[in-house]
Design a protein around this ligand. Structure first.
Ligand code: GTQ
Ligand code: FE2
Length: 258
């Protein structure tokens, strides 16, 4: 409200009292403003320290079964200022998977991305395309794509999951479907999208965007490092130094729409 105290404040309070039974309200002097000059969030800065995360990952890795957590074993990074999520749009979780374990197949409206933090050798299948995840890789699971993970390496693997579930929840657009098989059939050649687009400088002549998300499911770390090393010889930005972003090779835009 523009004026701090409304001259009809007493009448407003009385009317509000009458309206309450009908689930109707009138603006009150004490209401938080409907519109703010810029976005306001109760989200708080918070630093989750690597040493704590490592210890807590070993704790859940040793004690928590995969099954009880919906076939995923994760630490969820809960922002202390929010009722839900790491940010108003994202949930970040760190996933721990033992050798031989299968995080079974499902799909959801929420889009996910994963950064492999530790270990190499988990097979992820996304909509029939199999990819072997290695440390440092970025792997995308666009909205409503089937996905499952199996650690076929001899050591545990850890990765960061970032899902836009806070956003999807705010839009009341949550959908989820489990597959009736632990792993989906592998329908296509492995690494197909990476073989098509992974060079980053060339693409198939007839390639057309069929969805908002990038057609590339896996952005390999060795390619990302090559790009960064090449760029490191350039004049640095005074604020960002050398900074590159993962792109949708068909549009040049963001790898994921959200
Ligand atoms: O790996 O599919 O951290 O569906 C949260 C939800 C991971 C996953 C999470 C998920 C997944
Ligand atoms: Fe998932």
């Amino acid at each position: 409200m523009a004026e701090a105290v409304m001259s009809d404040a007493r009448e407003r309070a009385e009317i509000q009292e009458q309206l309450r039974a009908h689930n109707i309200a009138v603006a009150q002097p004490t209401d938080p403003p409907l519109f703010t000059a810029a976005p306001v969030s109760s989200m708080q800065p918070y630093h989750w320290k690597a040493a704590d995360l490592a210890r807590l990952l070993e704790l859940i890795g040793g004690k928590l079964k995969l099954e009880a957590g919906g076939m995923r074993r994760t630490l969820r990074l809960a922002n202390p200022g929010l009722p839900y999520g790491t940010t108003p749009t994202f949930w970040c979780s760190i996933q721990y998977i033992h050798p031989g374990e299968v995080a079974t197949s499902h799909r959801h409206a929420a889009t996910a991305l994963r950064f492999v933090m530790q270990g190499s050798g988990t097979e992820t299948t996304v909509d029939g395309e199999l990819y072997m995840m290695r440390q440092g890789d970025l792997v995308l699971t666009p909205s409503w794509t089937w996905h499952d993970h199996e650690n076929v390496s001899p050591t545990p693997m850890v990765w960061l999951d970032v899902l836009d579930i806070s956003l999807v929840r705010a839009l009341n657009a949550t959908f989820f479907e489990p597959l009736d098989l632990p792993r989906q059939p592998v329908a296509q050649q492995s690494d197909r999208s990476f073989r098509q687009f992974g060079s980053g400088i060339m693409r198939p002549v007839d390639a057309k965007a069929t969805r908002l998300a990038s057609p590339v499911l896996a952005y390999a770390w060795d390619r990302a490092v090559q790009a960064l090393e090449a760029a490191s010889a350039l004049e640095p930005d005074p604020y960002d130094d050398i900074i590159l972003e993962y792109q949708n090779p068909l549009t040049g835009g963001s790898a994921l729409p959200t």
